[in-house]
Design a protein around this ligand. Sequence first.
Ligand code: ADP
Ligand code: MG
Ligand code: MG
Ligand code: MG
Length: 678
Amino acid sequence: MGLLALGTPLPWNEAKRYADHVRYHGITQFLHTWNRLKERQGDELLWGDEIEYMVVVLEDAAKSARLSLRQTEILDKLSRIVDNISSECPKSISVPTFHPEYGRYMLESTPGSPYTGSIPDILSVEANMRYRRNLARKHLKSNEVPLTLTSFPLLGIPGQFTEPYYDPVGAISSHSLFLPQEITNPHARFPTLTANIRQRRGSKVAINLPLFVDAKTPQPFVDPAIPWERDIYPEDSDAKNGAALADHIYLDAMGFGMGCCCLQLTFQACNIDEARRMYDALIPISPILLALTAASPVWRGYLADVDCRWNVIAGSVDDRTDEERGLKPLRNSRFRIPKSRYDSVSLYISNDWKNRPDYNDIYTPYDEAIFNRLKDNGVDSLLAKHISHLFIRDPLVVFTETIDQDDKSSTDHFENIQSTNWQTIRFKPPPANSPIGWRVEFRSMEVQMTDFENAAFAVFVVLLTRAILSFHLNFYIPISKVDENMARAQLRGASALGKFYFRKNVHTQGNSGPSSGSASPVNGNGSHPVKEKKLRNCFPAPPHPENGINHEPVESEYEEMSMKEIMTGKGTNFPGLLGLVSEYLDTLDIPTDELRKINAYLDFIRLRSTGQLQTPASWIRDFVRSHPDYKQDSVVSQAINYDLLVAVDEIERGVRSAPSLLPKKYRGGHADQGSIGI
Ligand code: ADP
Ligand code: MG
Ligand code: MG
Ligand code: MG
């Protein structure tokens, strides 16, 4: 999770004195990058995934499944092993990297080097993910398993949910009623981040998820698991004084959100303009894929009426003051800020003519002095607005040792603000002292329980980015509608039941007309398409139409569509995202066998999007509700949790079948040939 500098972090009352210093030098650092690399061209498609795991201890005799807090030990061991495994590692896979995460039970892994656009590389993703999982598994204790669960169902229940047990009374950073201090990675950054968010905000974070009310759920539901009368920290009375709503699951700590796992993908673009086009096109896609990957229906031992983690994380790091949240008139704070630091994107940033000003239709506060400074230094308005919007935030963790930096060689201050703006899509400028170019990160997806599913989504999104760039697809809808989709995406059953705003005509011309996307590059004489052998970068922006654009009103450019329509098509004009990906594949020269393998992933995504296969969230909900121990009262017991997590592990390994979740051919993590025999 972002930058992990070493040093002595300042408590909030001291850190806040350096906010302007960090912002000023952060911008200086960005300007150095901008001046050096704004004209950089020709970077190839390199890309990578990030997968987060929870380490779970399964005690078969006691039928308990708990979070193992051995992250530090496990990472030590993995890094030692990783240093030594070059020989053990198959030739096709470079030695992977394991990273710490917020939760002390979490691990993150990334491929040792990014994938390229070659078809064999694209098809190596699943084996790479599985290799990483097995490597982690091999170095855990015999009763520990690395599970790719988005949210841990019993996090924060009364009693024991971690191994070993710790009491929440010692939660000195979060002041949580539910989560002990020891849930948090002990590296100074994480407890400080937790405490400084609470102090900056002026209160404990508060999230209320609607409860899934079942046949025998008491009504109204007043949660007996909340220690209503606890009196240790000043905020303990918050729950009683209205922070905890009836008929909701109340969550009061950063760990409930940042303790979730997700699947992220990062793509390098040819140049900054291509990165900006890709960024914009992925913005409307982010809620769609959040709904399609929904995987987190259980929170603090209760079934929720939502399927996704997003709003929990947004609330869990919401450091805005009452004034910024609009609860009080502005006195000490500088802006009214509509969103948390962890939230959906608020601005499209491409300079492409397709990006009509009307699409940026929500109030997006930005720091005017920073905006002007960026403009004065040659940054165009849209990018200046993006950066000066991110920079309305304060740095939350400031290390005494790194307050003064060489702005020419460091981007730490810039990254301090950038990496604590956790938005659905992140525009990643090139890091200091690195050969890496301009990149875009896709961050909304929930992690899937199997590497087959995770690989399928990785393959789908990388192909979609190529379809976007090569066909110059236009996915723009007003950003307020993307936000509405974010809210809808998280509702129970959104993928199967919901409707989402989507653009009707995705081909480049603003007004209706045939696809202007020329699928393939043409050869020397300008006529015969040359089929590419790999996915690539560098698709020049389409020229502005000569006769001007006959804009329709924005409102008539989009409509509500079901997931099935968005993914598989609607009417004769819109082939759906999967259709667009297939059209893109037609422009490539791919051997039949490899195409079959790619199609196996796309078929799975199609089945998920039509509802023929369930989302992980629906599958988990059904598992809980049909468990013999379930009393139709919304409660997920220790026994249900144990059986659920054993099932998840067995499904991943292919020991147990899950025909409503995975394709019939799925054979699991230990199959040599890929999990569905491909
Ligand atoms: P963060 O946590 O800041 O998002 P990570 O280092 O965890 O960053 O993940 C970065 C991802 O970017 C990894 O999947 C990695 O493989 C990938 N990556 C590394 N170099 C490049 C590159 N040049 N282009 C695209 N992706 C890259
Ligand atoms: Mg992470
Ligand atoms: Mg990471
Ligand atoms: Mg990331």
